[in-house]
Design a protein around this ligand. Structure first.
Ligand code: GLA
Length: 383
């Protein structure tokens, strides 16, 4: 079942395709953004994550062509043309279109040959909000190219291919969380995934039956050094694993300790965060969503104090939400800006929203945007 929003996006993408290319697209493919419920920075440590797809999609209207032509409806509504993909954003296609070109490149690299297409993209995944708008682009074009060229690709393998586009073509050293969320999440569920082998389980996430809502709070914080800090956290984890003599921090014993204080705190975040994911699964499978509140809040404290990836805007949102009665709250995604989530009783949602906005104003921070999340469908072809 599609949400009507997706259908509308698809119509706009198709109209843009007709206008720019003067022809009909061969099809329309949609891929969503995500929030991660819990399990942060665990993906590149081969640990556990728990994302769900948001009902925001990038829709690609696509048809085969002689050269690569990428058009998007946002920003200037620009069109990028390329005769060849190159091997990276530097010698190929840079900017937003690099996510599309990079995914085509990664498909070729993975042994799924794809030829040039024209694409018109229309997306309502918020940009710069830490909700994976770039993974949505990658995953929409990936399933489009696979369908148009007759490749049947397992969705787990597809997630790895999209991750390769991001890592090697675009040049961001991210894990597999965002792409697997976009490709593999299912409506009404939160996905529990082991990033070691991408084995996964869809866990029912029925907020309404408990009178609950999940709020997403986009802090509108400016991104500060997020890329460099992300890479340095990743390097810390690799160094910690090396010192412990384990392949990844996923393999570190629970009581592992490192003398270096900073590395020890990075280690502690990853070890305890993996534990919290497993506990969250248990609580949800035990039939309680309300029961995960404390785990969410503990996860935030660990990211703030041990992993040091929060910021004033995220802390303000989390503290204000908790102060106004949220059952649990945490930043979600990479950190240093972006969004937080708050689990609230439906009756308390507007009070929490007001408190979050007021707290930001009192501190002179940007005004956050708050919306209610629901677990939506993963990437699919739009009829
Ligand atoms: C970003 C990355 C993901 C993951 C998260 C943190 O979203 O793209 O791979 O590492 O940060 O959990």
């Amino acid at each position: 079942m599609l949400n009507s929003g997706c259908q509308e996006l698809a119509e706009t993408a198709a109209a843009a395709f007709r206008e720019v290319f003067g022809a009909e697209p061969e099809g329309l493919w949609a891929a969503p953004g995500r929030v991660n419920l819990i399990g942060e920075h665990t993906d590149y440590n081969e640990g556990f994550v728990m994302p769900f797809a948001l009902p925001f999609y990038a829709v690609a209207a696509v048809a085969k062509s002689e050269t690569w032509e990428f058009h998007s409806t946002y920003g200037e509504g620009d069109t990028v043309r390329a005769d060849a993909l190159g091997t990276s954003a530097e010698d190929g296609v840079a900017g937003w279109a690099g996510y599309l070109a990079g995914t085509a490149w990664a498909l070729n690299e993975a042994g799924y040959p794809v030829g040039p297409v024209r694409v018109a993209i229309h997306s309502d995944v918020p940009h710069g909000a830490g909700l994976s708008s770039s993974a949505a682009l990658e995953c929409a074009i990936l399933i489009a190219l696979a369908d148009l060229h007759g490749h049947e690709i397992d969705r787990g393998e597809a997630a790895r291919i999209a991750q390769k586009a991001e890592n090697e073509y675009v040049g961001a050293p991210t894990g597999v969380l965002d792409q697997s969320a976009s490709l593999l999440c299912t409506e009404g569920n939160v996905m529990f995934m082991d990033c070691r082998d991408l084995s996964r389980e869809q866990v029912p996430f029925d907020l309404a039956s408990e009178g609950l809502q999940m709020l997403v709070i986009d802090t509108n914080a400016p991104h500060r050094h997020a890329d460099g800090e992300y890479a340095s956290r990743r390097a810390d984890c690799e160094e910690a694993a090396r010192l412990l003599g384990v392949p990844f921090l996923r393999d570190a014993p629970k009581d592992a300790h490192l003398d270096d204080d900073r590395l020890n705190r990075r280690l502690r975040h990853i070890v305890t965060e993996n534990e919290r994911v497993l506990d969250t699964v248990k609580v949800l499978e035990g039939g309680s969503v309300a029961g995960i509140g404390d785990l969410l809040t503990a996860s935030h404290a660990s990211m703030r104090d041990d992993y040091e990836i929060s910021c004033a805007e995220l802390d303000s949102a989390v503290d204000a939400a908790l102060g106004a009665g949220a059952l649990g709250a945490r930043m979600t995604g990479g950190g240093f800006g972006g969004s937080a989530i708050a689990l609230v009783e439906t009756a308390a949602a507007s009070k929490v929203e007001a408190a979050v906005i007021e707290a930001a104003a009192a501190k002179g921070l940007p005004t956050p945007r708050v919306f209610v999340a629901r677990a939506a469908a993963g990437a699919h072809r739009v009829a």
